[in-house]
Design a protein around this ligand. Structure first.
Ligand SMILES: O=c1ccn([C@@H]2O[C@H](COP(=O)(O)O)[C@@H](O)[C@H]2O)c(=O)[nH]1
Length: 259
């Protein structure tokens, strides 16, 4: 439960996060994107793991705008590691104040756009430091270029002239220098990102597709196995698990493909 004894929500005990999870276990490297319309459907999906296993869950716009922070806080209370994928992007002060509110939920990861710039990211980092409880601090991940962006879109729609790989690398370096804990990038770019920053700098990779699966709207896709071989720390996977008749089986097959 949320502790409301003071005037604000007190962070809940963390069930698991990178430090608390055994990353030798491939199941702990998968982050399940809970892109479903409401809390009931999300809970039904999570209930397939009736053996006590708590997958790392990612809550994005669709679910968060429907269920709100209390639902997220409850999942933390139940022991789910939580990645809140809100991709914050605004003036530094507004992002910092938003981060301040999110820190109270005790979630593990939050995203913001690296293209918001150095000052925005630095202020976000200062805020999570200030709000940290004990050794526990929410981690900040900066989105480099969305995995739905390809070279043509980068040039023609976003007006960015540099090659896509170079843009990802440049934003990753900026994020690293601005105090971020890691980036969101494609599994195709992990080696470049780690080389340009540090091996400890987290590479969290969406756009994961088992061989032969539909890419949907993703452009820079890679198989789970290849992403891990490239050094990805976590694989974000949604539709290949959530949009199939047997999500537990799909999850299990993904794990087997990377073991
Ligand atoms: O660059 C990005 C940043 C975030 N995402 C999110 O990851 C999942 C991917 O879902 P799939 O169904 O496996 O494609 C989704 O929630 C995105 O919002 C991303 O794909 N790319």
């Amino acid at each position: 439960m949320l502790n409301r004894s003071k005037s604000r929500l007190v962070p809940l005990k963390i069930g698991a996060c990178k430090e608390g999870r055994n990353l030798q276990n491939p199941a702990h490297r998968i982050i399940l994107a809970l892109d479903v319309p409401d809390g009931k459907q999300a809970e039904r999906l999570l209930s397939v793991w009736d053996d006590g296993f708590r997958p790392f869950i990612k809550v994005g716009y669709q679910l968060f705008f429907r269920v709100g922070p209390e639902w997220v806080a409850r999942r933390k209370e139940e022991g789910y590691p939580v990645f809140l994928d809100l991709k914050l992007h605004d003036i530094p002060n507004t992002v910092a104040r938003g981060i301040e509110s999110l820190c109270r939920l005790g979630v593990d990861f939050v995203t913001l756009h690296a293209s918001g710039g150095r000052r925005m990211m630095e202020k976000a980092r200062e805020t999570v430091e200030k709000e940290a409880t004990g050794s526990r601090r929410m981690k900040l991940l900066a989105v480099t270029q969305l995995t739905s962006t390809d070279q043509q879109m980068l040039h023609e729609e976003l007006g960015i002239g540099e090659p896509l790989g170079q843009s990802v690398q440049r934003l990753a370096v900026l994020a690293h220098r601005s105090g971020m804990d890691g980036v969101i990038c494609s599994g195709l770019e992990v080696q470049t990102v780690k080389k340009a920053t540090s091996p400890e700098f987290l590479a969290v990779t969406p756009g994961i597709r088992p061989a032969g699966a539909s890419a949907h709207d993703q452009k820079r896709v890679i198989t789970p196995d290849e992403a891990l071989k490239n050094g990805a720390d976590y694989l974000v996977i949604g539709r290949p698990i959530t949009q199939v008749p047997d999500p537990k089986k799909a999850f299990q097959e993904l794990i087997e493909s990377i073991q």
